[in-house]
Ligand binder design. Structure first.
Ligand code: ATP
Length: 372
């Protein structure tokens, strides 16, 4: 089921009830979510992700704009008539009911012709339980299960009605690191198996990048960028997006463009022909550094961390906005740990320039000639 968000805006009254201030939690959101895809809605706390999800579910009504499921305008329909499955951070299972009864609950609530026979309900509960691999636990109560198992029950309950759209709000937040990894893969598998259009809210960029077909990066209610995870990582539209994606994060330097070259401090570190002569933020991805005894960028060496296949060179530079720079390089490179400095040349595609004033992307080289 394709989902279309059209000029979607949600405003809440501000804290001060007497003033006319409003909080614009979601600001003119436009997006056509393709049928059968998994979309990661991503951004820092308070950026409006949950509000956007709640608008799609119908739990809250928009201030303006429309929502379509396929060709149907569902903006004025209550959640129960939209055909959505919801999973929240807290599993919200009924503690006194067994897993079987919890999963069956949405089917038992169906009325009239929609309500399946008891045998059909049993069949569908078993099918949903198999999908999330808890079919052996159907007679347990939620209190007798791990957090990861409980979250799977919540997912089974959300998919048992075969919703048109599955909406997940930070579903992994209550799980420990190992279970988070495992469960996110499960969600991906379940989504692929069922083909249900799914929107997944998270503040964890790695989580969103790893399982989404497309990500939507939000900031202060405004969509910053929409695209395939790798495309957004490789080609961020502004400084915010570049800093939000990537572990370790992008290294940001004060720089300026002069005569087609990027200067960091006094050093011309990269040919950036086509870029305007302005002050910039120069973002360098950790994998963008090449150790090079004659390289143009000189950093103070702080240490070397071995990570197996790669090594992380920890260094510093007075023009870097963070105290530490992290360069990830192949372990085949030899770094003299006794040296006070380390020199790098840079991979042009791993260097992104942003206007210092507007923080918008500045393109250079082949990119400057039209490709957006
Ligand atoms: P988090 O990751 O912390 O849950 P979020 O990105 O999901 O954050 P939202 O919960 O959508 O953000 O909130 C977006 C903005 O709208 C915030 O500034 C929040 O304070 C405000 N907001 C959300 N719900 C309400 C409400 N019912 N009344 C007033 N303001 C609200």
């Amino acid at each position: 089921m394709k989902v279309v968000l059209q000029n979607l805006t949600k405003q809440f009254p501000g804290r001060d009830k007497k003033s006319s201030d409003v909080v614009t939690a979601v600001n003119n959101f436009n997006f056509e979510i393709p049928d059968g895809k998994l979309i990661g809605l991503l951004g820092p706390s308070g950026c409006g992700k949950s509000t956007a999800l709640n608008l799609i579910s119908g739990l809250i009504a928009p201030t303006s704009g429309r929502i379509y499921f396929g060709d149907d305008d569902v903006t004025d329909l209550p959640p129960e008539n939209r055909g959505v499955g919801l999973v929240f951070q807290s599993y919200a299972l009924y503690p006194h009911l067994t897993v079987r009864q919890n999963i069956m609950f949405p089917l038992e609530n169906l009325k009239g012709a929609e309500r399946p026979s008891k045998a059909e309900m049993e069949r569908r509960v078993l099918e949903a339980a198999k999908l999330v691999q808890i079919e052996g636990l159907l007679d347990r109560k939620p209190g007798e299960m791990s957090g990861g198992q409980q979250q799977r029950v919540a997912i089974a309950r959300a998919v048992v009605k075969m919703p048109k759209v599955l909406l997940l709000d930070e579903p992994l937040s209550n799980l420990d690191a190992r279970l988070r990894l495992q469960t996110r893969e499960e969600i991906r598998r379940i989504q692929r198996d069922t083909g249900i259009t799914t929107v997944f809210v998270t503040h964890d960029q790695e989580e969103a990048m790893s399982i989404s077909d497309m990500i939507v990066v939000m900031k202060e209610g405004v969509v910053q960028q929409i695209g395939k995870p790798q495309a957004v990582y490789d080609d961020p539209v502004n400084l915010f997006v570049s800093k939000f994606l990537g572990t370790p994060p992008i290294n940001v330097f004060e720089g300026r463009v002069k005569g087609g070259r990027l200067f960091i401090g006094d050093e011309p570190v990269l040919d950036v022909s086509g870029a305007p002569e302005v002050e910039v933020w120069a973002g360098i991805r950790p994998e963008g550094f090449i150790p090079d005894a004659n390289g143009p960028l000189t950093c103070q060496l702080r240490g070397v961390e071995v990570m197996g296949r790669d090594i992380s060179v920890v260094c510093a530079h007075e023009k870097c906005e963070a105290a530490q720079i992290r360069a990830i390089i192949s372990a085949e490179n030899a770094i003299d740990e006794g040296s006070a400095t380390v020199r790098f040349s840079l991979k042009p595609r791993k260097v992104h320039l942003f206007d210092r004033a507007t923080e918008a992307r500045i393109r250079f080289g082949a990119d400057a000639k039209g490709v957006n």
